[in-house]
Write a protein that binds this ligand. Structure first.
Ligand SMILES: [Zn+2]
Length: 119
């Protein structure tokens, strides 16, 4: 998390404080190019409402996941058609640096280490 920001997605991306390159957007979900990519092609998908993680889905917010999954599928389909492969993942617990559920869709080689330095 840059500059001690607690929730980069709510505080920076969804608020508009940090401009992102949008890939796809629906009423409840947003896909954009990672601002500090870890892979050659690295897109992030987030719900527009604050859901801390995959473990926090429930009957009140599960409708949001329909949009999120739809966007994930469309982005993954685009990446698969363009490059022939991609990985879709989300992190839980200590692996999750930003406590706003987000999904990574990426292709290609790793270009940055966990600590942010370039490979
Ligand atoms: Zn949030």
């Amino acid at each position: 998390m840059a500059n001690g920001v607690q929730d980069f997605y709510c505080d920076e991306v969804l608020s508009g404080n940090t401009k992102v390159e949008r890939v796809l957007e629906t009423e409840d979900a947003l896909a954009f190019y990672h601002t500090r990519p870890f892979y050659d092609v690295h897109i992030v998908v987030i719900p527009k409402q604050h859901i801390p993680s995959l473990l926090d889905l429930n009957s009140d917010n599960q409708h949001v996941m329909v949009d999120v999954l739809s966007v994930i599928q469309q982005v993954a389909n685009q990446m698969n058609e363009k490059y022939g492969a991609c990985t879709v993942s989300t992190n839980i617990g200590e692996y999750q640096s930003n406590k706003h559920m987000h999904w990574h869709i990426h292709f290609g080689k790793r270009i940055r280490l966990e600590d942010g330095t370039w490979c």
